[in-house]
Design a protein around this ligand. Structure first.
Ligand SMILES: Cc1cc2nc3c(=O)[nH]c(=O)nc-3n(C[C@H](O)[C@H](O)[C@H](O)COP(=O)(O)OP(=O)(O)OC[C@H]3O[C@@H](n4cnc5c(N)ncnc54)[C@H](O)[C@@H]3O)c2cc1C
Length: 476
C-alpha cells in the first residue's frame, strides 16, 4: 500500500493549495480527486462562470440604458449561444491551467473517489488503498434541497444549470435570496428572462445589514425583477408548461408561474460519503466538519478546509485554510490562525455589496462601542457622471483613536473599492492614517474620504471636549 506524509482528499481551492504548500515544504504529498472534470467549484461551476455572466449582463445593461448617456444603441440584446461559447472558452482555459498545476505539482495526483477505512487509511474507488500520516479533507459542498413543500418532487435547476444555459428561458422563479440566488437572478433578468425571486427571510442577502440589502432590493425592483421577501412557500407544482409556486406573503396567499424553477436555497457540506465515522472525525448535523483554529478535526492528524468545514464558504478563505493546514502538518513554527475579524465578502450584484472586518450587527451584539459614518453615491461626482447612484460607503471605527474596524460598501464596483480597506485594516490603521493617504480625483474611491473625515471630526471634537472637561458619552 502506498504511503504519504500528507494526503489531500479533493483538489479544489482548499485541497489544491494545501497540496501545493505541503509539497513545497518537502512532505510526500498526494491529491485524490474523483471528479470527471478537474478544477473545483470556483473554476468550473462557481465564481468564474458566474462572474463571466455577471459582467456580460452588466455590459448589456449599460448598452440598454445608452440613452441616458446620449448614445444610440438601437438593439442591444443577448445572444445566449454566443455568451455560452464565450463562457465555455474562458472556463476551459482556467480549468486547463489548474489541471496542468495538479498534474505537474510537487505531489501525486490520483483520479479516484476516497473514503476513510480508518484514521490513517482511505479506500479509493479504483480498488487501491492509500495510507497517510496526515490527511486533509477538502471535499467542498453540494446544492441542498431543503424540505420546502413540493420541491423534492419537482424538476428544478441548480446554479450548475443556470451557468450552463445556451438558450434564454422565458421566465424563471428563483427560490432563495442568498448570494448565488441574487447574482444569478439579476443575470437572468438582464439577459431578458422574466424573473420572480421568492425569499423566506424579510430581506434578501440576510447575512448583510438591512440597510445594504434594501439598496440591492430596490435596484432589483427598479430593474423589473419581481421580488417577494418574508414569504412562506405552501406548494410547488409542475405541469408540462412549467412550475407554479403558491406562497404566503404578509396576509395574502399568492401564486406565481414560470417556465423554470431555480433552486438557489443554499449548499451543504459534501461529506456524506466520506466514512467520517470510520476515522472518528466529528461533524455537525448538516455534515459540516468541526475544526479548530489550525483546521484540525476531532482527530488531530486529520485536517479539513474549504466549504466542507466552513465557517465562510468563499474561495480566498478556502485557500488560506488549506495553506494553514499544510503548514501546521509540516510543523512550521510561528504560525498564526486565520484572523476572521478581517473577513472580506463581496456580492456581485449590481450594485455590488462588499464588506470587510467587524460590522455593526456584530459589534452591537458584543457590546463594543464604535463610531460610524456613511456617504451616499448619489451625492458623489464620479458616480453621478456614471449614473451609478445606488448605495453608500460606510466606515466603522473604534471611538478613541479611530482605528478602522470595518467597512460596508454598496454601489458600483464595491467589490473593488472595499480593497481600499484591506491593507489598512490588516495594519490596524486609523481614519487619520487613511486621510493622510492620497486619493485621486475624480474616482469612485475618493468617496471613502467623506466618512473618514466625518469620523475623524467626531474624534477630534471629542478630544477637544475632553481637554475642556466636557466629555460627551461614547457610543454609536
Ligand atoms: C454559483 C457560485 C458562485 C460562487 N461565487 C463565488 C465568488 O464569486 N467568490 C467566492 O469567493 N466564492 C464563490 N463561490 C464559492 C466558492 O466557489 C467555494 O467556496 C469554493 O470553490 C470551495 O472550494 P473547496 O476547495 O472547498 O471545494 P471544491 O472546489 O468544490 O473542491 C472539492 C473537490 O473535492 C472533490 N471530491 C469531493 N468528494 C470527493 C471524494 N470523496 N474523493 C475524492 N475527491 C472528492 C471534488 O471532485 C472537487 O474537485 C461561489 C459558489 C457558487 C456555487
Amino acid at each position: 500500500m502506498k504511503s504519504y506524509d500528507f494526503l489531500v482528499i479533493g483538489g479544489g481551492s482548499a485541497g489544491f493549495n494545501a497540496a501545493r504548500v505541503a509539497g513545497a515544504q518537502g512532505l510526500r504529498t498526494a491529491v485524490v480527486d474523483g471528479a470527471r472534470e478537474l478544477g473545483g467549484l470556483c473554476i468550473l461551476r462557481g465564481c468564474m462562470p458566474s462572474k463571466t455572466l455577471v459582467y456580460i449582463a452588466e455590459v448589456l445593461h449599460l448598452a440598454q440604458k445608452a440613452k441616458i448617456f446620449g448614445l444610440k444603441i438601437p438593439s442591444a440584446r443577448a445572444d445566449l449561444r454566443a455568451i455560452h461559447a464565450r463562457k465555455k472558452k474562458i472556463i476551459a482555459e482556467f480549468a486547463d491551467s489548474r489541471v496542468h498545476q495538479l498534474k505537474h505539482g510537487k505531489f501525486d495526483l490520483i483520479r479516484a473517489h476516497a473514503r476513510f477505512v480508518d484514521p490513517h487509511t482511505v479506500q479509493l474507488s479504483n480498488g487501491r488503498r492509500v495510507r497517510a500520516k496526515h490527511i486533509l479533507i477538502g471535499t467542498g459542498s453540494k446544492v441542498s434541497t431543503p424540505p420546502v413543500p413540493g420541491l423534492r418532487e419537482s424538476k428544478f435547476w441548480t446554479s450548475d444549470d443556470v451557468l450552463d444555459l445556451n438558450r434564454l428561458p422565458k421566465s424563471v422563479i428563483v427560490l432563495g435570496g442568498g448570494i448565488v440566488a441574487c447574482e444569478l437572478a439579476q443575470v437572468l433578468s438582464r439577459l431578458g428572462s422574466r424573473v420572480t425571486l421568492i425569499q423566506r427571510s424579510p430581506n434578501i442577502l440576510r447575512d448583510h445589514s438591512e440597510d445594504a440589502s434594501v439598496v440591492v432590493q430596490k435596484a432589483f425592483v427598479d430593474e423589473g425583477i419581481e421580488l417577494f421577501a418574508g414569504t412562506k412557500i405552501e406548494k410547488i407544482s409542475q405541469d408540462k408548461r412549467g412550475t407554479t409556486v403558491t406562497f404566503r406573503h404578509g396576509n395574502k396567499r399568492l401564486t406565481r408561474r414560470a417556465e423554470h424553477l431555480f433552486n438557489a436555497l443554499g449548499r451543504e457540506p459534501n461529506t456524506a460519503g466520506l466514512g467520517l465515522a470510520a476515522a472518528g472525525v466529528r461533524a455537525r448535523e448538516n455534515g459540516q466538519i468541526i475544526i479548530n483554529r489550525w483546521q484540525q478535526t476531532s482527530v488531530p492528524h486529520i485536517y479539513a478546509a474549504g466549504d466542507c468545514s466552513g465557517p465562510h464558504e468563499i474561495v480566498h478563505v478556502a485557500i488560506q485554510q488549506g495553506e494553514l493546514a499544510a503548514r501546521h502538518a509540516a510543523r512550521i513554527h510561528g504560525l498564526k490562525p486565520i484572523d476572521y475579524s478581517l473577513l472580506l465578502n463581496v456580492v456581485f450584484t449590481d450594485p455590488q455589496l462588499a464588506t470587510i472586518g467587524r460590522l455593526e450587527r456584530e459589534l452591537q451584539e458584543a457590546g463594543i462601542h464604535y463610531l460610524t459614518a456613511s456617504y451616499p453615491f448619489n451625492d458623489h461626482g464620479k458616480s453621478i457622471l456614471m449614473d451609478a447612484n445606488y448605495g453608500y460607503v460606510k466606515v466603522i471605527a473604534e471611538p478613541k483613536r479611530g482605528r478602522i474596524l470595518g467597512a460596508e460598501i454598496v454601489g458600483k464596483d464595491a467589490g473593488e473599492l472595499i480593497h481600499a480597506f484591506s491593507g489598512p485594516l490588516t495594519m490596524r490603521a486609523t481614519v487619520f492614517d487613511l486621510l493622510r493617504a492620497p486619493w485621486y480625483h475624480p474616482t469612485l474611491a475618493e468617496i471613502i474620504t467623506y466618512p473618514l473625515e466625518e469620523i475623524a471630526d467626531k474624534i477630534t471634537k471629542r478630544l477637544k471636549h475632553r481637554r475642556s472637561g466636557m466629555l460627551p458619552p461614547l457610543g454609536p
